[in-house]
Design a protein. Structure first.
Length: 242
C-alpha cells in the first residue's frame, strides 16, 4: 500500500479517537500536509496613472556642435526685368569742348598725313616702319648733327633693321655724301652702342670693319650702305629720324 495512503488512515483513526469523548460535531482536526504551490496567476491590470511630478532644475547648456558642410548651390534665378531708360542728360560745356577738340585733332591729323605724302613724293622724307627720316643738306661734324636733330625734335638716324638702313641710304645716294649714324663706341664695354646706351643689335659693317680699335668713336654710312668706324670731327650729311 502507498505510504501516503497509510499515513492518511493513521491520521483518520487518531481523529476518531480524539473526537469520541467530545461532541460529535466539535471534533478538532489535525493539520494536514501543505499542498504543492499553485501555478502563477495572470498579471494584474495596470494601475491608475499617478500625478505628474514637479519640474526638475534646468540642466547645463551643452557646447555648440561643429558647423555642417555647405550644401550644393541652388539653381540660378531668372534675370529681373530691365528698368526704364532714363532721360537723356543735357550736353554740358565740357562735352562741347571735347567734340570741338576731336574735330580739330582729326583735321590736324589729316593735314599731317597729307604733308607727309607730299614730302615723300618729293623725296624729302623716307619712311620705314613707324619711323620717318629726313636729311639736312649741309655737312657738319657729329656733335653738330646731334644738335641739329635735337632742335627739330628728332635724333641722329639710327638704323635697327635692314629697312631703316635702306631709308638712310637713299639720302646718302641722293646727296652723294656720307652720313653719320646715331651709333658710337663705348668707353666702358668696348662695343658700339645706341645713344641710349643699349648695345647695337643690328649692324651692317663693311669688309674688315670696324678697324679703329676704339680710337674711331663714330660710325658713318658709305654710298653702298655699309658702315665704317670714323673720327667724329669729319663733316658729313646729317640725317634725322622721328
Amino acid at each position: 500500500m502507498n505510504f501516503q495512503i497509510q499515513c492518511a488512515l493513521v491520521f483518520s483513526a487518531l481523529c476518531v479517537r480524539i473526537c469520541l469523548p467530545q461532541k460529535p460535531d466539535m471534533c478538532a482536526g489535525v493539520p494536514g500536509i501543505p499542498g504543492t504551490p499553485g501555478q502563477m496567476g495572470l498579471p494584474g491590470r495596470d494601475g491608475q496613472k499617478g500625478k505628474p511630478g514637479l519640474q526638475g532644475p534646468q540642466g547645463l547648456r551643452g557646447s555648440q556642435g561643429l558647423s555642417g558642410r555647405e550644401g550644393p548651390a541652388g539653381p540660378k534665378g531668372e534675370p529681373g526685368k530691365s528698368g526704364e531708360k532714363g532721360p537723356k542728360g543735357d550736353t554740358g560745356p565740357a562735352a562741347s569742348m571735347d567734340h570741338e577738340l576731336h574735330i580739330r585733332l582729326s583735321e590736324l591729323t589729316h593735314r599731317v598725313i597729307s604733308l607727309e605724302g607730299v614730302l615723300r613724293l618729293e623725296n624729302q622724307i623716307q619712311k620705314a616702319g613707324q619711323k620717318l627720316f629726313a636729311a639736312i643738306g649741309n655737312q657738319v661734324d657729329f656733335n653738330q648733327s646731334l644738335a641739329l636733330c635735337y632742335d627739330v625734335g628728332g635724333r641722329v638716324a639710327t638704323p635697327k633693321n635692314k629697312a631703316e638702313n635702306i631709308a638712310i641710304l637713299n639720302f646718302v645716294k641722293k646727296y652723294k655724301r656720307y652720313a653719320y649714324l646715331g651709333i658710337t663706341h663705348s668707353e666702358t664695354t668696348g662695343l658700339f652702342q645706341y645713344s641710349d646706351g643699349m648695345p647695337a643689335n643690328y649692324t651692317n659693317w663693311g669688309e674688315n670693319e670696324p678697324n679703329g680699335n676704339g680710337k674711331e668713336k663714330c660710325v658713318e654710312m658709305h654710298k653702298n650702305g655699309f658702315w665704317n668706324d670714323k673720327d667724329c670731327n669729319q663733316n658729313h650729311l646729317t640725317v634725322c629720324e622721328f
